[in-house]
Design a protein around this ligand. Structure first.
Ligand SMILES: NC(=O)c1ccc[n+]([C@@H]2O[C@H](COP(=O)([O-])OP(=O)(O)OC[C@H]3O[C@@H](n4cnc5c(N)ncnc54)[C@H](O)[C@@H]3O)[C@@H](O)[C@H]2O)c1
Ligand SMILES: [Zn+2]
Ligand SMILES: [Zn+2]
Length: 368
């Protein structure tokens, strides 16, 4: 079938929205009609050419929500009409990691996905017979996509698509960092560095876990106000004295739980040092630049602090995303402030511009 899609032709150039060919789903695959898709830094990172593992041509986009249009042979998990959220982090349910509660890093299709192929090593997207690669296994800057059934979460049809798509990436990452990775305890003191989608999700996750005090640190007063809306009790404008302010706020000890959601390794170090002696846990969610390292004075660890990393918030996608969406539907999370702009697919490059200008948290592409 023919569809419109935003193709990355060349690194550093705007995406080109055009007609491409999409083949029908093969065994274990599903055709999804996209209804909404968030525009994320990771799309821009690849489009810019900064990502060393990037490739082109490819259809970008990985924060999709939509409806199953048809299923390929042997599909058992989904049926036409199901509402789904795309998962760049799949859940096969069978690999050694899927069977272990300690991790969500499914091993099933990583290698092919990282190279831009579906699990059988080919692409469904093409143009004039030339293959176009898939991005993060999703390629959701398009009217339709074909994805493995293990990379789609079936979610409540009651969730509006423009909110459901937020759970495909940063929001679940932040919520999950607090709920799964850190497992914040009721009454705890928490500090979240960064108030983008991930950091705001972490603030909300700390609140849902019953934290008593939630400080949020950011460079932007507007974003700190959004953090207040998600449950932050203390707002700190990032500066030279941030660490001192946190220590002062916590009787000189530091916080029970700290979260890093900026991608800046200097902030990661602050997040380690802001964790409490004895049992403070620092959870790193930000993605650092290639080759950057985290500098930690070992004494901070010997005196009882721990560091954990979190990918997609430790959420096993097919099971976990529907649960988070139920909590949202129950009124536990307010997502309206996250959707700052609604744009059409043709305006995808404007979504990138808005992001670079730090205008709002998410631009969401709506498909007619
Ligand atoms: N682990 C995962 O699975 C996963 C998933 C999605 C995103 N990420 C990563 O998480 C990070 C955050 O993503 P996002 O979408 O929220 O990004 P974002 O750019 O919207 O938010 C980052 C925030 O950090 C703030 N910031 C920058 N420097 C700071 C400093 N010195 N002190 C305090 N705050 C500072 C910025 O003002 C901004 O509000 C990125 O590195 C992203 O790549 C990780
Ligand atoms: Zn994303
Ligand atoms: Zn698996």
């Amino acid at each position: 079938m023919k569809m419109r899609a935003a193709v990355l032709e060349q690194f550093g150039a705007p995406l080109s929205v055009q007609e491409v060919e999409l083949a029908k789903p093969r065994a274990g695959e599903v055709l999804v009609r996209l209804a909404a898709c968030g525009v994320c830094h990771t799309d821009l990172y690849t489009a810019s050419g900064a990502d060393p593992s990037g490739y082109a041509p490819t259809v970008l986009g990985h924060e999709g929500a939509g409806v199953v249009e048809r299923v390929g042979p042997d599909v058992t998990l989904l049926a036409p009409g199901d509402h789904v959220v795309t998962l760049f982090s799949p859940q096969c349910g069978e690999c050694v990691h899927c069977l272990d509660p300690r991790t969500n890093l499914c091993l099933a299709i990583r290698e092919q996905q990282n190279q831009g192929f579906l699990p059988d090593g080919s692409t469904r997207i093409s143009r004039d017979g030339e293959p176009i690669r898939h991005f993060m296994g999703c390629s959701t800057f398009a009217e339709y996509t074909v994805m493995p059934e293990i990379a789609l979460a079936k979610v409540s049809p009651e969730a509006p698509f423009e909110h459901a798509c937020l759970f495909a990436c940063g929001l679940s990452t932040g919520l999950g960092a607090a709920i799964n990775t850190a497992a914040v305890q009721p009454g705890a003191t928490c500090v979240v560095f960064g108030a983008g989608m991930v950091g705001l999700g972490a603030v909300a996750g700390c609140r849902l876990q019953g934290a008593e005090r939630i400080a949020c640190v950011d460079l932007s007063p507007e974003r700190l106000e959004l953090a207040r809306g998600q449950g932050a009790t203390d707002l700190l404008l990032a500066g030279a004295n941030t660490l001192e302010e946190i220590l002062e706020m916590t009787g000189g000890f530091g916080a029970d739980f700290t979260f890093e959601a900026t991608g800046n390794v200097a902030v990661m170090r602050q997040a380690v040092e802001a964790a409490r002696m004895g049992w403070g846990l620092c959870t790193v969610a930000g993605v650092a630049g290639k080759g950057e390292t985290l500098d930690v004075v070992p004494r901070f660890l010997i005196t009882g602090r721990r560091i954990a990393g979190s990918s997609f918030g430790g959420v096993k996608g097919r099971e976990g995303v529907p649960v988070l969406i139920e909590r949202y539907l129950a009124g536990e999370i307010d997502l309206a402030p996250f959707v700052s702009h609604r744009i059409g697919l043709e305006e995808v490059n404007r979504g990138f511009e808005l992001m670079e200008a730090k205008d709002g948290i998410r631009s969401v592409i709506e498909f007619a």
